[in-house]
Design a protein around this ligand. Structure first.
Ligand SMILES: [Zn+2]
Length: 266
């Protein structure tokens, strides 16, 4: 089954950029097939929305929320998370195309990655990259020390606001926006508690809002949109709280949702 290491080579292939060294040599054919069918030779711009812990454990009880994602990103791709399914392990694999033993984050630790990443590949190809993340989150820390723009925000709402601003300014080619409220809530309560589900719904609403701006501001480009979480979560009966990090379906099974949209005629 395809896993998170398929994401980077797929984005590189779609944007006609050479994959980072050692990256998975396979890609997600659903997406390259879609680009070919629609005569999109090359994707110019990419927005990746990465909500923490929004896995398929939420799907059965919240299908209508997932339908809202599909309205903007209709290409759904089942993926396996990485082992252990912890945030820095997963995002390191998602944005390098490398397995944990190769990128070096195989426990919960957050060093700056020294290996080549999606962002390095994009920078080498002359693209402008921005990461917009909650301050001191894994994504905010492990991809530092590159010639790209880092926006460390107080929390999810500020991340959304900043990302909208960047889309409207149109000075970047690849933007990653990271949200963490659902993960925060599930660790304090449970994966299906009322506050956790409210946080999950906030992520869906943030995504649809960003997707609207993405389509308006980048209408003249061939563009790619991704809803790309890192892992799922389960309820730990010992602590009576939500958690993740095990090789079990609730933690490991995720779906990504993509759109590849053709530029609108001027
Ligand atoms: Zn977590």
């Amino acid at each position: 089954m395809q896993d998170l290491t398929f994401v980077t080579p797929t984005i590189c292939k779609l944007m006609d950029v050479e994959s980072p060294v050692g990256s998975n040599s396979d890609h997600i054919e659903t997406l390259t097939d879609k680009a070919r069918t629609d005569n999109i030779a090359k994707v110019d711009k990419c927005l990746i929305y990465a909500p923490d812990a929004v896995g398929m454990h939420l799907y059965e009880d919240h299908r209508l929320e997932f339908d809202k994602i599909l309205d903007f990103a209709p290409l759904s791709v089942r993926l396996r998370s990485m082992i252990p399914p912890k945030t820095p392990v997963c995002f390191a694999s998602m944005f390098t195309g490398l397995k944990p033993d190769s990128h070096g984050i195989n426990i919960y630790s957050r060093p700056v990655l020294k290996c080549a990443t999606l962002f390095d590949a994009m920078i080498l190809a002359g693209k402008k990259v921005a990461i917009v993340a909650v301050k001191n989150s894994s994504i905010d820390l492990i991809f530092r020390e590159r010639q790209m723009d880092y926006f460390s925000e107080d929390y999810d709402q500020q991340v959304t606001d900043r990302t909208i601003q960047l889309l409207e300014m149109d000075q970047h080619d690849v933007i990653v926006a990271y949200h963490q409220e659902y993960d925060d809530a599930l660790h304090k309560t449970a994966p299906d508690s009322a506050p956790a589900i409210a946080a999950f719904e906030n992520h869906i609403n943030s995504f649809t809002k960003l997707a609207g701006v993405f389509n308006r501001s980048w209408s003249k480009y061939n563009r790619m949109l991704a809803f790309a979480p890192d892992h799922g979560a389960h309820f730990d009966s010992e602590t009576q709280k939500g958690t993740h990090g095990l090789d079990i379906s609730e933690d490991m099974e995720i779906s990504h949702f993509y759109a590849i949209n053709k530029q609108e005629q001027q």
